[in-house]
Design a protein around this ligand. Structure first.
Ligand SMILES: C[S@@+](CC[C@H](N)C(=O)[O-])C[C@H]1O[C@@H](n2cnc3c(N)ncnc32)[C@H](O)[C@@H]1O
Ligand code: SF4
Length: 476
């Protein structure tokens, strides 16, 4: 850890405004609740899935889901990047030469055909997303070909959310124009931090002007929603420097902002090792976090929860107020009840009460597909208890409350007795003012919205296995 001479001295209390209520966020509270824990993009979490679940199971659950006629959400993983950013924790393949792109595309198209053979393709696609890696590593022509191929095999709803992750450094005007023309309406851009010293340390240089020009161009082209990704806890970052980054970001006026905690996992991502000695201290990381929350909420953004901020009139905030917000592997969404199909290496599916995951290596993924098999190598089918807990965690993360009567009716249980152990685990959080445990509901307080992961952990039946915890990053 670096003892940074420029680190900002901070008061013990830092006021943040959540839900219109100003609450003190203390250093002590952050320290107490900064424990290893899942991000709950799934429940049960990925380490609990089984290798016994394979291609035939994936085929069976997808086929059975046709009975429900539920809408579809489609995710495609486009893993390539030209250079590796040192902080990167994503599933990427680094290649300067673009010779692997075309064969990857051909296999992906074949996978889409296999999926289209199993799933009822008249089911409307209400959500579509290209993630990476960097999808705009592919040329505009390649991406258009892939999108057209997909549209020819699936039925897109008129109001489908169609989104893509872009890296401003490699995305051209031709990319943006093509994406908008074929129907993309959402963009997510990686920014991370604008401080030149931080950018140099993480080997990712991009200027405010460069990002600003791209945001402006997206608006001209008529994208409905632009999201910027930030990371707190990066090497050489300070609260004072991050405040300047936030000023630039707010001036760009994005619709949504994601502010992720830097996940430092050098035992998995070897290139991160050189960053270890440059990391801010724990205290400084918390200051950076508090600076982020207070700056963005003071600038008029609503803290939706779990790293995500949005303008109060954004549909995520509207859905949260209406109780229709939903969360899946792609994060928060207004598209509830859709079955998620994943394509490309490592991608995840969530179909009915099952999760599936694709092979992680290109060769294995391709071999399965060439054999006319879905390239699923692990997954899980939820039991009754998993389904109830998955729903409870979803209620906490999306609506920050669990209505005991409504929830009990939905699952045919008495919430107080079914979750007696969870309620006992929540007692210390209630004492710290993070939740209220009332007769009718379990509710996160405005302060507790910052600790939704910790609250959700009380409902997780798998966390008691001590060996499982180190698999997760820390909650803050
Ligand atoms: C696939 S990348 C985004 C698209 C594009 N490749 C880019 O970097 O601009 C998705 C986001 O994951 C986040 N990310 C990557 N590595 C991370 C890490 N180690 N910890 C926290 N967030 C990380 C970054 O904010 C990044 O923008
Ligand atoms: S461009 Fe994005 S996905 Fe690629 S290495 Fe950098 S952060 Fe990771």
């Amino acid at each position: 850890m670096l003892d940074n001479p420029h680190a900002t001295p901070a008061p013990d209390n830092f006021d943040v405004t959540i839900d219109g209520v100003t609450v003190p966020l203390t250093q002590e509270l952050l320290e107490r609740y900064d424990v290893p824990g899942p991000r709950y993009t799934s429940y049960p979490t990925a380490p609990m899935w089984s290798d016994d679940f394979g291609a035939a199971d994936a085929r069976r659950v997808i086929s059975a889901s046709n009975e429900t006629g539920a809408p579809l959400s489609l995710y495609m993983h486009l893993p390539f990047c030209e250079r590796l950013c040192l902080f990167c924790g994503c599933n990427v393949i680094v290649s300067h030469k673009h010779d692997k792109a075309e064969p990857y595309l051909a296999t992906l198209m074949r996978e889409l055909e296999l999926l289209a053979d199993v799933v009822d393709t008249s089911r409307p696609v209400v959500q579509f997303h290209w993630g990476g890696g960097t999808p705009t590593y592919f040329t505009p022509e390649q991406l258009e070909r892939l999108f057209t191929f997909t549209q020819e095999r699936f039925t897109f709803a008129d109001d489908a959310e169609i989104g893509v992750e872009i890296d401003p450094r490699v995305t051209t005007d031709e990319h943006l124009t093509m994406l908008r023309r074929v129907g993309f309406n959402r963009l997510s851009m990686g920014v991370q931090d604008f401080d030149p010293a931080v950018q140099e340390a993480i080997r990712r240089i991009q200027t405010v002007e460069q990002v600003g020009a791209m945001v402006e161009r997206c608006r001209e082209l008529g994208f409905d929603s632009v999201n910027l990704d930030l990371i707190y806890g990066l090497p050489l970052q300070t609260a004072a420097g991050f405040a300047r980054t936030l000023e630039h970001v707010v001036a760009l006026d994005p619709d949504r902002i994601a502010m992720f905690s830097y996940g430092h996992v050098p035992w998995i991502k070897k290139q991160q090792r050189v960053l270890t000695d440059l990391l801010p201290t724990h205290e400084e990381k918390f200051r950076i976090f508090r600076t982020g929350i207070s700056h963005l909420t003071n600038a008029g953004y609503t803290y939706v929860g779990m790293d995500h901020f949005a303008r109060p009139d954004d549909e995520l905030c509207v859905a949260q107020r209406d109780g229709t917000l939903h969360r899946n592997f792609q994060g928060y969404t207004t598209k509830a009840g859709a079955d998620l199909l994943g394509a490309g290496i490592t991608s995840i599916g969530q179909i009915g009460h099952a999760y599936t995951q694709n092979r992680r290596d290109v060769d294995g993924w391709r071999a399965a597909i060439e054999n006319d098999e879905l390239p699923c190598f692990r997954g899980i089918e939820l039991n009754d208890d998993d389904v109830i807990r998955q729903d409870a965690i979803g209620e906490i993360l999306c609506h920050t409350a669990l209505d005991k009567v409504e929830f009990g009716r939905r699952h045919g249980i008495d919430v107080d007795s079914y979750f007696a152990e969870s309620l006992a685990r929540l007692k210390p959080l209630a004492d710290d003012g993070l939740v209220t445990l009332d007769d009718d509901a379990i509710r996160a307080t405005p302060l507790g919205r910052i600790f939704l992961r910790n609250i959700a952990m009380a409902f997780d039946a798998y966390l008691d296995r001590p060996s499982d915890r180190p698999m997760f990053s820390r909650t803050l």
